[in-house]
Write a protein that binds this ligand. Structure first.
Ligand code: FE2
Ligand code: FE2
Length: 321
């Protein structure tokens, strides 16, 4: 077989790279592809494949830690029925300038959004209006926790400083809002106009929240606190409509999707009312947490996590580098 050889000029003192052999124009044709792909044995499941790869990478005799089950890293809230039923809309009266700004801003945005989407907080919106509204708002609601969590992560890395226990909770809040979205997405597949609106809203909101968080994290948390107060009101309205038999009555056959049953550990025969109760409890928690964060003194640890996870106090420091 005749082949062309590509060579590079030798330079003194420099090891010559290996020559590259390419087929010449007169090379015989490549053998034809088999008409059927070779039969494979049954593909191993992902955990089996990971276990095999891990075992191959570990020296014989080494004790291997158990593989991390990625599903276990998703925080999964679970509330008592008494707690969920006891929740009602609450309001933190704005006392500081930042709270007054945040409250006025959220009230204005809500009024405009209600007007544009034809939502009447005292009326009986159709199921389509409910789902459209919930999906749109949940696409926005996951942004603050993610922005705050990522900026706090970078701050912690940059200053080689413990964050005080905020990062995991903020990222979990974002994940929780994403689970709200996944749940209601199972009930409706939005069209292109809706998806474009989501894209535009995310482009504006992400950047605005990012810049505001750089300037004033406490104002951002106050904004989220008042936003979540509105979310509790909206889901309380939905519950009233469910109880009145106008939204997701038993005859509609609408049930919480499996992803929601697993995430909130609902009963297999859970109803949409059970689901909305759990989602409202999440929003109530977000309001409480973000209002608290907006009032904490600078450098205070997160009061919602155990002290051993919110500071490096007691850790023995050793100088490195
Ligand atoms: Fe939400
Ligand atoms: Fe929320």
């Amino acid at each position: 077989m005749e082949r062309a050889r590509v060579r590079t000029a030798k330079r003194p003192g420099v090891a010559s790279p290996p020559s590259i052999t390419v087929p010449s124009a007169r090379s015989p044709p490549l053998p034809p592809l088999p008409s059927h792909p070779p039969q494979k044995t049954q593909a191993p499941s992902i955990p089996d494949a990971v276990a095999a790869a891990t075992a191959a990478a570990v020296a014989p005799g080494t004790t291997c830690l158990p593989l991390l089950d990625a599903s276990a890293v998703i925080a999964s809230p679970s509330y008592s029925r008494e707690f969920m039923e006891s929740i009602s809309p609450t309001h933190l009266p704005p006392a500081s300038a930042r709270q007054r700004f945040a409250h006025a801003f959220i009230k204005t945005v809500r009024a405009v959004f209600d007007k544009v989407t034809g939502y009447d907080p005292t009326g009986s919106p159709s199921e389509a209006v409910w789902i459209r509204r919930i999906i749109f708002l949940e696409t926005v609601a996951a942004v603050p926790g993610l922005v705050a969590g990522s900026l706090r992560t970078l701050h912690s890395l940059r200053l080689l400083k413990h964050d005080g226990g905020f990062i995991a909770q903020l990222l979990a809040e974002s994940e929780n809002e994403r689970m709200h979205l996944y749940t209601f997405m199972k009930l409706r597949d939005p069209g292109p106009f809706f998806r474009t609106a989501v894209l535009l809203a995310q482009g504006v909101f992400w950047n605005a929240f990012f810049l505001l968080f750089l300037a004033s994290p406490k104002t951002c948390h106050a904004l989220v606190g008042y936003l979540e107060e509105e979310a509790v009101k909206t889901y309380t309205h939905a519950l009233a409509e469910i109880d009145a038999g106008r939204l997701w009555p038993p005859s509609s056959g609408v049930k919480p999707p499996g992803v929601a049953i697993r995430y909130w550990k609902l009963a297999e025969d859970a109803t949409m009312r059970d689901l909305v109760l759990a989602v409202r409890a999440d929003e109530y928690d977000h309001a409480r947490v973000n209002h608290t964060f907006s009032l904490l003194p600078d450098d205070a640890p997160n009061p919602f996590v155990a002290p051993e996870n919110s500071s490096t106090a007691g850790m023995k420091k050793q100088k490195v580098g």
